[in-house]
Design a protein around this ligand. Structure first.
Ligand code: CA
Length: 335
């Protein structure tokens, strides 16, 4: 049983903007709370859509977009209910870090969470056991974060159930990002979107830009995409403008072969810009040892055909760092 508390009434009509308080008792504050922004807009009849951002604290397009919607949406224009968690891992968001400075955890590797665990585990427990059961659809807005620059894209979380898979694909295409990509995080079950799919929610993810910055392009994609989704589910009136994302253009990260990892410490020199078409076996870049100019750089190679989808942002790398991610054509099931 969670000790979290909110004054938000999820069943009340209109707009409520408040907080979720999770009791937290560090040295500086024996009886205080970690206060997470939470808003609900409800009107008329329609589905419940959960909009979440700030899962990683250094990814900004999602939190900006959700803050705007919370302020701007007139409840009279809504059919159904929207639950907003615009800065769900608030400690990480305030620190501008991927992981929580409180317990060091990556929220998106703690689902379904533990109501008696550390603060990050308590957040995921509340989302999966209190928020998700209220929802019909779930959107988790990510960007590349401090370590990666990623092409703005809408993300399909794989689903075993064919009907849910079809509804996920339809929704992600309705977001209408420049790219649509299937990402299974190597089968990782502890993410928010994997948990939402297991709960039977129609699920949409994103990767908007990255590098720990706010991308003007990605912010535009994110703003339009979230409204497209709400229109797709009938929660807002239809948006104007054609949807151009097509099922035949869906990409996927092809498992381990999609990730080019650093084989030595040093500084990574990439050979290709984001979006470049590349082939398996082709050199992807090389790692320079700046401390010893006698040493030849070590060349890294792609292991899959596809496009350069993401790239490491900082030059410095250590062994095992992801230097490049390749997205290949998706030829798996769509329903
Ligand atoms: Ca992320």
């Amino acid at each position: 049983m969670s000790t979290a508390r909110t004054t938000i009434d999820f069943d009340r009509n209109g707009k409520q903007v408040g907080f979720l308080d999770i009791p937290h008792s560090p040295h500086e504050d024996a009886w205080g709370a970690t206060r997470i922004p939470l808003a609900v807009i409800r009107n008329g009849s329609g589905p419940t859509v959960i909009l979440q951002a700030g899962n990683h604290g250094d990814e900004y397009e999602g939190p900006i977009t959700l803050g705007e919607l919370i302020r701007d949406l007139d409840p009279g224009t809504v059919s159904g209910r929207i639950i907003f968690l615009p800065a769900v891992n608030i400690s990480a968001v305030l620190a501008g870090r991927r992981t929580s400075p409180v317990d060091g955890l990556n929220l998106n590797r703690t689902f379904p969470g533990d109501p008696h665990g550390s603060i990050t585990q308590q957040i995921s427990a509340y989302v999966s056991s209190v928020i998700m059961p209220l929802g019909d659809a779930y959107v988790d807005l990510h960007s590349g974060g401090s370590s990666l620059s990623i092409l703005p894209s809408a993300i399909i979380e794989p689903a075993q159930n064919p009907d849910l898979r079809r509804r996920n694909v339809e929704a992600v295409l309705a977001f209408d990002a420049p790219l649509t990509v299937v990402i299974d995080n190597l089968g990782e079950p502890r993410t928010s979107t994997a948990t939402a799919v297991r709960a039977g929610l129609v699920t949409v993810g994103t990767e908007m830009g990255g590098g720990g910055t706010v991308s003007l392009d990605a912010l535009g994609v994110c703003r339009r995409g979230v409204r497209n989704l709400l229109a797709h589910w009938g929660v807002l009136a239809p948006t104007s403008g054609p949807i151009t994302a097509r099922a035949e253009n869906i990409l996927r990260i092809p498992g381990h072969d999609g990730y080019v990892l650093a084989a030595t410490d040093g500084v990574f020199e990439p050979f290709h810009a984001l979006g470049s078409e590349v082939r398996a076996g082709q050199p992807a870049g090389r790692i320079h040892n700046l401390a010893d100019p006698r040493r030849e750089p070590e060349t890294l190679h792609y292991a899959a055909d596809g496009i350069v989808y993401g790239r490491r942002q900082p030059g410095r790398v250590v062994v095992g760092n992801c230097c490049v991610a390749v997205a290949a054509r998706y030829d798996g099931p769509l329903a």
